[in-house]
Design a protein around this ligand. Structure first.
Ligand SMILES: C[S@@+](CC[C@H](N)C(=O)[O-])C[C@H]1O[C@@H](n2cnc3c(N)ncnc32)[C@H](O)[C@@H]1O
Length: 252
């Protein structure tokens, strides 16, 4: 394989099975508008864009895919050009998805298809900015992918989320590990809302988490934004959980 080919974002069926489960759950229970603007990290292959378009082109009334990887950008642009010949229009932007700026009032569907862990560092600040500047707002939906493999060290996890585990009344170490896997992006999102001081301004619900194994163990988590307020314990506990191998599991 030529070196450039190695940087392509190619995944197996489990990733898309997980994504499609979550999409199906969202469409059946939560999607309200006919038309959405689709904002994604489509990688080099834009495969999620193809799925969304196949399900219903109105879910991507407009579509933009962000790509910061210089080695990946050319492939993404070429794939976008090829998809355009099939009627699938995706604009590829060489920028950070957190710099996204809305150009339409329509509800947006975001796919933050990260390769790493959506916790620690400054993720909560980036999401806080998106809430504060109205880039993520009521009627929007967002999916987050997060890495579930080698954690940054259980000690670090326990320290980082000590306050969250206390609020949830979780003291058992194994239960803490399970909760981390099922909810760490939700911890990040709630921290973002707190940092933005917007917990009482909008209601964010986690519509589900699907854990799967592709090139590595991953989880995909879905969120809808509505009116009302977001209470931490309800936000964490009401999320249904599905494991690709073990099936449906009890809630936290
Ligand atoms: C997991 S891959 C995307 C796979 C794609 N969604 C699919 O279904 O085939 C994530 C891509 O987003 C890029 N990326 C990660 N974080 C980003 C960010 N904050 N802004 C822009 N691009 C980012 C990575 O370089 C990578 O190409």
């Amino acid at each position: 394989m030529p070196p450039a080919e190695k940087c392509r974002t190619r995944y197996g069926a489990y990733k898309y099975a997980a994504l499609h489960l979550l999409l199906a759950r969202w469409l059946r229970n939560h999607a309200t508008a006919n038309q959405y603007c689709y904002v994604t990290l489509g990688g080099t292959e834009l495969k999620d864009c193809q799925s969304v378009h196949f399900i219903d082109p109105r879910m991507m009334g407009s579509a933009v895919s962000f790509e910061t990887g210089r080695d990946r950008l050319g492939f993404a642009v070429a794939n976008a050009a090829s998809l355009a010949t099939c009627g699938v229009t995706v604009t590829v932007q060489n920028a950070d998805i957190f710099d996204f700026r809305r150009v339409s009032e329509e509800p947006h569907l975001f796919f933050f298809d990260f390769e790493g862990i959506c916790a620690f560092g400054d993720y909560y600040l980036k999401f806080a900015d998106m809430f504060l500047n109205g880039q993520l707002r009521e009627q929007d939906t967002f999916f987050i992918t997060s890495y579930l493999g080698r954690n940054p060290g259980w000690r670090k996890v326990m320290n980082e989320f000590d306050a969250q585990f206390r609020i949830l009344g979780i003291t058992d170490v194994e239960q803490k590990k399970v909760s981390y896997q099922r909810a760490h992006p939700s911890f990040t999102i709630y921290s973002a809302l707190s940092h933005a001081n917007m917990q009482t301004d909008i209601q964010v619900n986690c519509i589900g988490c699907v854990e799967y194994r592709d090139t590595s163990p991953m989880g995909v988590y879905g969120y809808v934004v509505g009116t009302g307020s977001t209470e931490f314990e309800r936000f964490i506990r009401e999320s249904p959980y599905y494991h690709a191998n073990r099936g449906i599991a009890a809630r936290i």
